[in-house]
Ligand binder design. Structure first.
Ligand code: ADP
Ligand code: MG
Ligand code: MG
Length: 252
């Protein structure tokens, strides 16, 4: 059991306040979705949770299991069980996908319990096949020359290999055709358990037909303005953010 807790979070980027008091609790066993218009701060929230240095926390706190993240490096956050699938995964030359994943897994394990080459390869083959990915992708440099869809699939492969406690998935559905969307969703659904929680950021309701969330949050103007169940996403799809703005009397 693990809990990610975001408390009155205010974040500035280049001196401009983007997040204006976000509150959120994600427990293992739960899938949360955050929806919201472009530019509202969804990626800012995900990058801040993971510890990207460009995002300055000016007020509030983020905790994992009551440990304050503010003093923790990106590596320490990963070791504590957090994982971020980025909206725009970076390409890294000179490190193969497989090497990257093995290092990431071992960084989270104690010295005397490192994953061996054989068990690593077995696990990799199993997950890769589950996601219908070619064997050759594992040996390519990280994300280099991958199409948008391949990058997203690869983020899910990493997640399945690393087995985080809480995964933040930033627009894993963007740019995917329907087949790739199904594969990516299959990966997330396969992870669903009492030991795994996710915060999925998406623009579109479509993803939530495949990964049915327990909670849906709407972010506007740097705050979560409404929380509901899966039905909230359907309502948004029908009425748009404008409908919600009117309903809540918001001016953002
Ligand atoms: P969303 O993911 O909801 O579309 P973002 O968090 O990406 O929104 O962006 C929110 C706002 O913060 C935007 O105005 C964006 O331009 C700004 N912003 C986010 N990240 C950066 C950054 N690294 N440098 C400068 N501005 C940024
Ligand atoms: Mg965006
Ligand atoms: Mg974004």
């Amino acid at each position: 059991m693990a809990t990610l807790k975001v408390e009155n979070l205010h974040v500035s980027v280049e001196g401009k306040e983007i997040l204006k008091g976000v509150n959120l609790i994600v427990n293992t066993g739960e899938i949360h979705a955050i929806m919201g218009p472009n530019g509202t701060g969804k990626s800012t929230l995900s990058q801040t949770i993971m510890g990207h240095p460009a995002y300055e926390v000016t007020e509030g706190h983020i905790y994992i299991d009551n440990q304050d993240l503010s003093e923790m490096s990106v590596d320490q956050r990963a070791r504590a069980g957090l994982f971020l699938a980025m909206q725009y995964p970076s390409e890294i030359q000179g490190v193969t996908n497989a090497e990257f994943m093995r290092a990431a897994i071992n960084a989270r394990r104690p010295e005397d319990d490192q994953i061996g080459v054989m068990s690593f390869i077995e696990k990799l083959d199993e997950k890769r096949e589950f996601l219908s990915m070619s064997e050759e992708m594992a040996e390519r440099y990280l994300n280099e020359g991958f199409s948008g869809g391949e990058k997203k699939r690869n983020e899910i492969l990493q997640m399945m290999m690393i087995e985080p406690k809480i995964a933040i998935l930033d627009e894993i559905d963007s740019g995917l055709d329907i087949d790739a969307l199904k594969v990516v969703s299959r990966g997330v659904n396969e992870m669903r358990s009492n030991e795994f929680g996710a915060l999925m950021i998406t623009h579109y309701q479509r993803l939530l037909d495949y990964i049915v969330p327990d909670f849906v949050h709407v972010m506007m103007g740097g705050k979560i303005v409404k929380t509901g169940g899966a039905e909230l996403a359907k309502k948004l799809e029908a009425e748009g953010y404008a409908g919600l703005r009117d309903e809540l009397g918001l001016n953002v």
